[in-house]
Design a protein around this ligand. Structure first.
Ligand SMILES: Cc1cc2nc3c(=O)[nH]c(=O)nc-3n(C[C@H](O)[C@H](O)[C@H](O)COP(=O)(O)OP(=O)(O)OC[C@H]3O[C@@H](n4cnc5c(N)ncnc54)[C@H](O)[C@@H]3O)c2cc1C
Length: 422
C-alpha cells in the first residue's frame, strides 16, 4: 500500500515552508509532511525579495496598527495578526540564530543583509524536522475523497503531479503564491473555491512631464498624492522622481490602495501632487521670502527645506515665474500659480511600472470561504490556505511576508492539532 502523508504542502515558498514547519513542530517526529515545489528552487521569491536582502517583516508590534497596512485583508487579518504578529516572527527567527535589524522606516532585514540567511534557516529547520521536500514537482490536480475517513484509511486527498504521479494525504496546505500564477488558483477553484481576479499591486507611475523630466533621483520626504476624481484615494509619504515618472512609498502606497480602481482605469488617470505634504504654510513661506529677500531671484533658491533646488526651479518655470524675476517683482497671480504648482500640481499618468524591490498580486481565494482562525476551507474540510494565494496583500515594507508567516502559522497550527492518521 502506498504511503499516506499527514500533510502535503503545495508550494515551496515562504508560506509553504512556514506552514510545514509549524505543523511539524505540533505533530512531532512521526509526522509525514511533504512539500511539493513546481520550480527547480525552493523559496525563489525570498531569494530576490527586498533587493536580495529580504524584508522579513515590519517593526510594528501592534496588531491593529499592523492590519492597517493591508489594502485587502485589513479587517480579516486583525485576529490572525494578534495570534502571530511581527514580534512572533522576530522571536522565531532569532531563536534559530537569525538576528534581524530595523531600518529607520521600520523595515526589518536579517543583519547579514542577505536573503540567503532566511532561506538557509528555513531549509535547515525543515531538514531537522524531517519534512520531505521535492523540487520540480508541480501539482496539477487535487481530488477530495468522498465518504468518511475510515473508508479511505484517513486519506482525504489524492494529489496528482505534472508528471502524473499520485500521492495521498490527510491534509493539504495550498500555498502557491499570487494568482498571476493561475495553476494554484485553478486548484482552489477545482475544490469549489471562488477567487477575486488578479491585478498587480505595488507599482509606480509612468509620467512624461517636463516638470520632472531629467530629475531622476530627487525626492521629497512627505508629499501627498490624490487620484483626481477619487479624493478618498490618496496617500502621503516620501515621493521619488525616477526616469519614468514617480515612485517611492507615497506612490507605492497609492498603487496598493487603488490597485483595482487604477486597473479599471487602465493606469491612465490624473494624479494631483502636493509636494509639501500636509503642510499648509506655502503662502506664509512665500510672504516671508518676499519680505526678507525682495531683491533675490525667486527661482534662485528653494525657500522650502524639503523641495530640492532643481525641482523648485521647474515648478517656478511651470508657474510662469520669469528667470530674472525677484521676490519683490513677483506678481500676485504668478505667486498663486506657484502655490498651486507646489500644492496641487496635476500630472497625467499614462501607465505603470512594477517596483523592482517588491511587488505583489491583489486578488486570490475569497476570504469569506476561509475560516480565518485555522485558514481551513469552509467548503472543503482538510484543505488549508496560506500566503499570497489568499485575497490579502500589504503595502511595501515587509507586510507581505508577515502575511505569509501569519497565515501559514495558523494553518500549520490547526493542521498540527488534527490527530495523526494511522
Ligand atoms: C521581486 C519581489 C520582491 C519582494 N520583496 C518583498 C519583501 O522584501 N518583503 C515582503 O514582505 N514581500 C516581498 N515581496 C512579496 C513576497 O515575496 C510575497 O508576498 C511572498 O513571497 C508570498 O509568499 P507565498 O509563499 O505565499 O508565495 P510564493 O513565495 O510565490 O511561493 C509560492 C510557491 O509555490 C510554487 N507553486 C505555484 N504553483 C504550484 C503548483 N501548482 N505546484 C507546486 N508548486 C507551485 C511557486 O513556484 C512558488 O515557489 C516581493 C515580491 C517580489 C516579486
Amino acid at each position: 500500500m502506498h504511503k499516506t502523508w499527514d500533510l502535503i504542502v503545495i508550494g515551496g515558498g515562504a508560506a509553504g515552508f512556514f506552514g510545514a514547519l509549524t505543523a511539524a513542530s505540533e505533530l512531532g517526529n512521526d509526522a509525514r509532511i511533504l512539500i511539493l515545489e513546481k520550480s527547480p528552487h525552493f523559496l525563489g521569491k525570498v531569494k530576490i525579495s527586498g533587493g536580495g536582502r529580504c524584508n522579513v517583516t515590519h517593526a510594528c508590534f501592534d496588531s491593529r496598527q499592523m492590519s492597517l497596512s493591508y489594502p485587502r485583508g485589513e479587517r480579516a487579518l486583525l485576529g490572525p495578526l494578534h495570534r502571530w504578529g511581527a514580534q512572533d516572527t522576530v522571536d522565531w527567527f532569532e531563536s534559530r540564530g537569525v538576528q534581524l535589524k530595523t531600518e529607520s522606516d521600520g523595515r526589518m532585514f536579517p543583519t547579514t543583509d542577505d536573503s540567503q540567511t532566511i532561506i538557509d534557516c528555513l531549509l535547515n529547520e525543515a531538514g531537522k524536522a524531517g519534512v520531505e521536500m521535492k523540487l520540480s514537482q508541480g501539482v496539477k490536480k487535487i481530488l477530495r475523497n468522498d465518504g468518511n475517513d475510515s473508508t479511505n484509511n484517513g486519506t482525504r486527498f489524492e494529489v496528482t503531479t505534472d508528471e502524473g504521479k499520485t500521492l495521498s494525504s490527510h491534509s493539504i496546505l495550498l500555498a502557491t503564491g499570487g494568482t498571476r500564477n493561475v495553476s494554484g488558483e485553478k486548484l482552489a477553484q477545482d475544490l469549489g473555491h471562488s477567487t477575486e481576479a488578479a491585478v498587480p499591486s505595488l507599482f509606480t507611475f509612468k509620467i512624461t512631464d517636463e516638470r520632472i523630466e531629467g530629475l531622476q533621483g530627487l525626492s521629497v520626504p512627505s508629499a501627498k498624492l490624490i487620484v483626481q476624481g477619487t479624493p478618498k484615494l490618496n496617500s502621503s509619504g516620501p515621493l521619488l522622481i525616477t526616469h519614468w515618472g514617480l515612485s517611492g512609498p507615497a506612490a507605492l502606497r497609492l498603487s496598493a490602495w487603488g490597485a483595482r480602481k487604477l486597473a479599471g482605469l487602465d493606469y491612465h488617470f490624473t494624479l494631483r501632487v502636493n509636494w509639501l505634504g500636509d503642510s499648509q504654510a506655502a503662502r506664509e513661506q512665500l510672504d516671508k521670502a518676499r519680505q526678507e529677500g525682495g531683491k533675490r531671484r525667486v527661482s534662485g533658491a528653494s525657500v522650502f527645506e524639503n523641495i530640492p533646488k532643481r525641482l523648485w526651479q521647474r515648478l517656478c518655470h511651470s508657474a510662469g515665474v520669469q528667470p530674472d524675476c525677484t521676490w519683490s517683482q513677483l506678481p500676485k497671480t504668478t505667486e498663486q500659480k506657484l502655490i498651486t504648482e507646489l500644492q496641487d500640481g496635476y500630472f497625467k499618468v499614462v501607465g505603470k511600472s512594477m517596483n523592482k524591490d517588491e511587488f505583489v498580486t491583489c486578488g486570490g481565494v475569497r476570504l469569506k470561504e476561509v475560516n480565518l482562525q485555522t485558514m481551513e476551507s469552509r467548503l472543503c474540510p482538510g484543505l488549508h490556505f496560506a500566503g499570497e494565494l489568499l485575497d490579502i496583500d500589504g503595502i511595501t515594507g515587509g507586510f507581505n511576508f508577515q502575511n505569509a508567516w501569519t497565515t501559514a502559522y495558523l494553518a500549520g497550527h490547526a493542521i498540527g492539532q488534527a490527530p495523526l492518521v494511522s
